[in-house]
Design a binder for this molecule. Structure first.
Ligand code: GLN
Ligand code: ZN
Length: 751
């Protein structure tokens, strides 16, 4: 037993689960049919892993929405508002994930947050005073048995008690310390159920251990496992960590009675050193995460072998650095890319083979795959662009500084735009309805001409511009109908990117993204958005917001190179977007929004590394994009799910004129932080949650606005939804936005 998988993608190689689930949401598919699609996906995953000869195959890594939510449901950590709904268990689960509106009741979804430093999002479990921990292992057990029936023995996976406790939001009187014992009891019971089931190994995911831990965190971790591990009976427990190293608890955790410890050698900068310094106990298995679970490049076998050679050979299990859910299914679904490029990639399926290769080289001295791999790494691979490299090298302080100061620009812009108080706007995209997607598809297939394609999109823009004017929005948008995705769209027009057809990765629930791959130096070789914005502006006298994606987000939502630094790649992208910003300005676009939806994505998990490792270059990269525009040009930015309470000074230092961000799902708690930090950038905290199909009423939105006004001065406040609307339906969008404008106008009248 020498190879292990932490988790596998689950949306389906052709996104089968996504499509089936969405049909279920629309009541076009029965629950039984959805379950059948799910079972087929699970089966395919297990069989792939088994065929590749993986020894430790994961189960219960499947999810209809999110595995943290699954673990919360397994423990009955389900707020009363969902318990009370008269719906089926699966519908209750989806109600917690995405809200629910029917005769059975009207409830909001749980909050959703970024999963550590990935672009995956998890549902934040809520513990209210009515919550009573009770086990329901139906899902875990049935999936385990399902695999067993196929002749495949798996190790079930759950989020571990420490991480789950740290992720939960306690909404009532109950506190973490009150439930610690109940947690131990529940997980003990899980162990005893699994023992009865003759499960050999249980994997408990504890990525919560890779943060900077406090004394009390360490104490909590030790207390939980000291109490829990004696209860494990015949079940072996694998403590699985990922996304970094566990420097704060390593010396403690090796003393605990785990049977296996999973460590990350890719993102864990200190993992190897910890083992050198403190050793690794002979009675445990070391699950060494050496194959990168997050990026798509082939593993460099030589380098990996050098790591493996320093580790205790007899205890070693070769593993990925994290779940493979963060990479696409398989390179073989990309027949249109040349072999020259493809041979450098390893998606989930190919990573299984890499584990197998490494195993065969390391344990059985098979050198063929090693030789081939060495040849691959010796070959010329990236496409260079010396002009771009020279531009980046020549950048100086002035390139990163916009003049005049924020306050001076604010005065100038107030004068020019003459906007009402609480200006209303949207984040950019309008629904990408079936006809919009069909138009794109027909064009891609060559069924219609570019002119026909453009005309269709222009008609859409025209309709929505008229609609925005009629409803009374102050700043309009063109609707982004030409964009499949806010990163891919730009990547496709930039030089230096490579695109895939089927390389989807789950972002949240049924939402997937297809990150482009940074293949070489990035350069702008054509305008990216100018024609669409200029056309839309020509239709209206109201200001139109040009829409761009910022350099940090473009990089963070791409698969980055591994041969140059993230900073170097980001600055290249920033220079390209800067050219576009100046081009828009030259063409009469007076307001430009540069989305940094994913700014926080690569923020190091350890706060001690935030500035030196990331913010010190990411924030200047954003400034580089707009530093050269005139004071009259208003720069907006937008962030999603950005819990940025803790980086507010950095956000202000982006020096945008206006920022919109997600707020409605996080209880508006960020507003206190804005106030406390004297946030100077004008802001539009989203007044309703667009990630749910619910339509907020005028009163509901007014309540939110009033609440915001207690924290943000009216002169600095913008009113907008909390994200783009491209995934929503037209009816709900129109109704919600009409309510938003109406709510704003009423409040404005009494301000
Ligand atoms: N402008 C983009 C849109 O409206 C922003 C999307 C996002 O923040 N994820 O779709
Ligand atoms: Zn957003």
């Amino acid at each position: 037993m020498t190879t292990s998988i932490i988790g596998y993608p689950r949306i389906g190689a052709q996104r089968e689960l996504k499509f089936a689930t969405e049909k279920f949401f629309k009541k076009e598919l029965s629950e039984a049919d959805l379950q059948a699609v799910a079972a087929t996906q699970r089966q395919a995953n297990w069989q792939k892993q088994a065929a590749a000869g993986i020894d430790f195959i994961a189960s219960n890594d499947f999810s209809f929405y999110d595995t943290t939510l699954d673990t919360a449901f397994a423990l009955n950590i389900v707020p009363k508002r969902y318990q009370e709904l008269a719906v089926s268990p699966l519908e209750r689960y989806f109600a917690a994930a995405r809200g629910h509106q029917s005769e059975a009741g009207d409830v909001k979804a749980l909050a959703m947050k970024k999963w550590f430093n990935t672009n995956y999002h998890y549902m934040v479990p809520e513990f209210d005073d009515g919550t009573e921990i009770k086990l329901d292992l139906t899902k875990l057990l049935s999936e385990y048995r399902e695999a067993l029936a196929l002749g495949i023995t798996t190790k079930p996976v759950l989020i571990g008690p420490f991480t789950l406790l740290k992720l939960i939001r306690f909404t009532g009187q109950t506190q973490l310390s009150d439930v610690q014992e109940d947690f131990v009891k529940a997980y003990s019971e899980i162990l005893s159920v699994l023992a009865t089931e003759e499960v050999a190994w249980l994997q408990l995911d504890e990525p919560g251990l890779v943060f900077d831990l406090t004394e009390s965190d360490i104490h909590l971790f030790k207390a939980i496992y000291t109490a829990l591990l004696p209860q494990k009976q015949t079940v072996k427990v694998l403590l699985q960590t990922y996304f970094g190293d566990v420097r704060d608890v390593y010396s403690d955790l090796i003393q605990l009675d785990f049977d296996g410890i999973g460590l990350d050698f890719v993102e864990g900068r200190k993992t190897a050193e910890l083992i050198q310094t403190h050793g690794f106990p002979a009675d445990k298995k070391l699950f060494a995460g050496v194959v990168n679970g997050k990026n798509i490049w082939r593993n460099d076998y030589q380098k990996t072998l050098e790591i493996l050679q320093t580790l205790p050979k007899d205890s070693l299990i070769i593993s990925t650095s994290c779940s493979l859910q963060h990479v696409p299914y398989t390179v073989s679904a990309e027949p249109e890319l040349p072999q020259d490029i493809l041979r450098h990639f390893a998606f989930a399926e190919e990573k299984l083979l890499e584990l197998k290769d490494l195993n065969d080289i390391f344990y059985h001295g098979q050198v063929d795959s090693l030789t081939a791999n060495q040849a691959l790494f010796a070959s010329e691979r990236y496409q260079g662009n010396q002009a771009v490299q020279a531009k980046v090298a020549a950048l100086g302080e002035a390139d990163f500084t916009r003049t005049p100061t924020f306050a001076q620009r604010e005065a100038i812009q107030k004068d020019i735009f003459q906007l009402p108080k609480l200006p209303t706007t949207t984040i950019g995209s309008f629904p990408q309805t079936a006809d919009v997607r069909k138009n794109r598809l027909s064009y891609k297939r060559g069924d219609i001409t570019k002119a026909a394609y453009d005309t269709f999109n222009q008609e859409k823009t025209k309709e929505w511009i008229k609609w925005q004017e009629a409803v009374g929005f102050d700043i309009l948008v063109h609707g982004e109908f030409e964009r499949n995705d806010m990163v891919e769209y730009f990547g496709e027009k930039l030089d230096g990117y490579v695109f895939t057809k089927n390389a989807w990765v789950q972002s949240y629930g049924t939402r997937c993204v297809k990150p482009p791959i940074v293949w070489g130096d990035i350069a702008r070789v054509q305008p990216l958005s100018v024609a669409d914005s200029v056309y839309a502006q020509s239709l209206t006298d109201k200001p139109l917001k040009g829409m761009l994606t910022g350099p940090v987000t473009i990089l963070n939502w791409s698969f980055p190179r591994e041969d140059i630094s993230l900073k170097a790649s980001t600055l290249q992208i920033a220079l390209a977007i800067q050219e576009e910003v100046l081009d828009l300005e030259q063409n009469g676009i007076k307001i430009i929004q540069i989305d940094e939806a994913a700014l926080r994505e690569k923020l190091p998990l350890r706060q001690t590394d935030w500035n030196s490792e990331y913010l010190d270059w990411a924030i200047p990269a954003f400034r580089l994009v707009h530093a050269k525009v005139a004071p009259e040009t208003q720069i907006h930015t937008h962030m999603c799910y950005s819990e940025f309470t803790d980086i507010i000074p950095a956000i202000d230092a982006m020096d945008a004129d206006v920022i919109s961000f997600e707020a409605s799902r996080s209880d508006l708690s960020i507003l206190d932080a804005l106030q406390a930090n004297g946030f100077r950038t004008q802001s539009g905290p989203g007044v309703y949650d667009i990630h749910s199909p619910r339509i907020p009423s005028v009163e509901e939105i007014q309540n939110v606005i009033r609440q915001i006004l207690t924290k943000v001065p009216a002169e600095k406040l913008w009113i907008n939804p909390d994200c783009g609307l491209k995934t929503r339906g037209v009816t709900e969008v129109k109704a919600s936005l009409e309510n938003l404008v109406k709510a704003t106008q009423d409040i404005r009248a009494v301000l």
